[in-house]
Design a protein around this ligand. Structure first.
Ligand code: FMN
Length: 206
């Protein structure tokens, strides 16, 4: 049993407030991208790409967009939820060292992707596995990662000149952190609690 792997899995957190902005050595960045690129993929399609975003002007523009989407979400909440949400930081776009945008190319490995004929989403699942590998590898490297999904895909496509057929799947803030919390931010802020494993496991039927 590889207990270090379990340790990393349980140490992993979504990070927003603890980024220091300190540099990430090239070899460390290469290791976490290699881990992402080693993910399983439907039909060996490897449908992911990674856009490394360091440009401060680009990150500022994205951050402004995220703030607008945050306001749109907040406007739909009732008063009590809006007050709780107001205390929650939802991104570290400007504070983290760099961002990694992960994309999905549905045409990669096509037209006959083995294993995707009945489930089109299997391509997207593959990209998410690459993201999880990246997240765990970054955790093993003592870096923080924060997934930001408060954006509209057309905006991000325009901002990063992503071709029309390619889908942005995640904006990940990445970099050294002061520390990693042991409890998810949303739980610490009373937004939502984790569900016990027993509630998620079913036997023989739903
Ligand atoms: C697909 C996806 C999108 C997410 N989007 C955001 C986001 O926009 N902002 C944010 O603060 N956290 C985001 N998160 C982080 C979750 O809130 C976090 O994973 C969850 O609360 C559990 O905390 P943990 O990752 O620290 O265990 C996202 C996570 C996933 C998997």
């Amino acid at each position: 049993m590889d207990s270090q792997l379990y340790d990393v899995i349980h140490r992993r957190r979504d990070v927003r407030a603890e980024f220091t902005g300190a540099p990430v050595p090239d070899e460390v960045l290469h290791r976490i991208l290699s881990a992402a690129h080693a993910a399983p993929s439907v039909g060996l399609s490897q449908p992911w790409d990674f856009i490394l975003v360091r440009d401060a002007a680009v990150r500022d523009a994205f951050h402004e967009h995220v703030q607008r989407e945050r306001a749109a979400f907040a406007a739909a909440l009732d008063t009590a939820a809006a007050a709780r949400f107001a205390r929650i930081k939802i991104d570290g776009v400007r504070e983290s060292t760099l961002s990694i945008v992960v994309t999905y190319d549905p045409d990669r490995g096509g037209p006959a992707v083995l294993g995707r004929h009945a489930i089109a989403d299997a391509g997207l699942y593959s990209v998410c596995l690459a993201i999880q590998n990246l997240w765990l590898a970054a955790t093993a490297e003592r870096l923080g990662v924060g997934w930001v999904s408060f954006y509209r895909e057309p905006f991000l496509r325009d901002l990063l000149a992503i071709p029309a057929t390619i889908r942005p799947v995640a904006w990940l803030c990445v970099g050294p952190v002061t520390h990693v919390e042991t409890v998810p931010d949303l739980e610490r802020h009373g937004w939502r609690r984790r569900r016990p494993l027993e509630a998620a496991v079913h036997h023989d039927r739903w």
